[in-house]
Design a protein around this ligand. Sequence first.
Ligand code: TPP
Ligand code: MG
Length: 367
Amino acid sequence: MTAEAPRGADAPPELIQLLTPEGERVEHPDYDIDLTAEEVRSLYRDLVLVRRVDLEAVALQRQGELGLWASLLGQEAAQVGSGRALTDADMAFPTYREHGVAWCRDVDPVKLLGMFRGVNHGGWDPYEHNFHLYTIVIGSQTLHAVGYAMGIQRDGAEAAAIVYFGDGATSQGDVNESFIWASVFNAPVVFFCQNNQWAISEPLEKQTRIPLYKRASGFGFPGIRVDGNDVFACLAVTRKALADARSGQGPTLIEAFTYRMGAHTTSDDPTRYRVAGELEAWKLKDPIERVKAYLFKNQLADQEFFDKVDAEADALGKDVRRRCLELPDPGPEALFDHVYGAPHALVDEEREQYLAYLAGFETGAER
Ligand SMILES: Cc1ncc(C[n+]2csc(CCOP(=O)(O)OP(=O)(O)O)c2C)c(N)n1
Ligand SMILES: [Mg+2]
């Protein structure tokens, strides 16, 4: 330990990496992954397509078609790698930024856009995709995930839950409480923290004095740091953590070390609080470029393949834009839908009152 190291710091953090930023494969004794050329091409396609959907959503917001958008730019590998590690039976609990995981769960991107356009309250059936609704209240979904995991544990299901949250969320009480519950009940849950270095304008050093993954040991379960810009490593590490959870070995905290390359949301201007050099340094670790380099170097894909993926991405961007603009505005009564799972007398009464109130404006009879 050097004189400058913070009190309590011990060994330097280990980072699981299977693919370097230059596209070189690295072996790791605990995290071997054997991907076919087809599987690597498929991961590359996922990464490119989710980045394209994200880009289109940012443009739509800038043109006034969405109220807000939270970009995943830079975090594609963390999301696609972990998302592709899930089985159909596993359940994912996202924040508001997990568009790449939504993609892996076959949620139509237009449904995500609908929420940010204000025409739905979530837009998809969580059980149809085993992908919970987006959660804005920071960290609260960790409690939902642990509760769900304890439920499937009691059902004896061959499944696990995975919950996504950010570096900033680790300072929330909910997240720490969920760690305790998961630990003492040995719940089949994977805590997937995307450490993108920022919580809006608050840097990582204001959240923690030790690497986040090391927090897990204090709660009594393993923590691991993975290169969040390495889709192979994210896939391998998440696969193992999920398998451990399903086989009764309890929770794991995965810290995916990555970077939010864009603004926090479209309402934010990161040039006010972070230096440009930081972004430039992370651009060299781009999650897509390294897979492309790997495919090229190993002659697993040719230019025709890359052109085809780019064309598919453009077509997807256009299609998402067109269908977003065509989304119907819901009637005001839709506000009362889905408050409960079944009809409810009080909600019905409130809906009627509200519609009568609105009708008053048309006739001028009621105020
Ligand atoms: C309980 C709660 N407090 C504050 C906020 C406002 N808020 C929205 S996003 C955010 C930062 C979250 O940072 P992090 O967990 O690192 O996730 P990231 O946005 O970087 O993915 C905050 C404080 C909120 N949504 N919920
Ligand atoms: Mg963050």
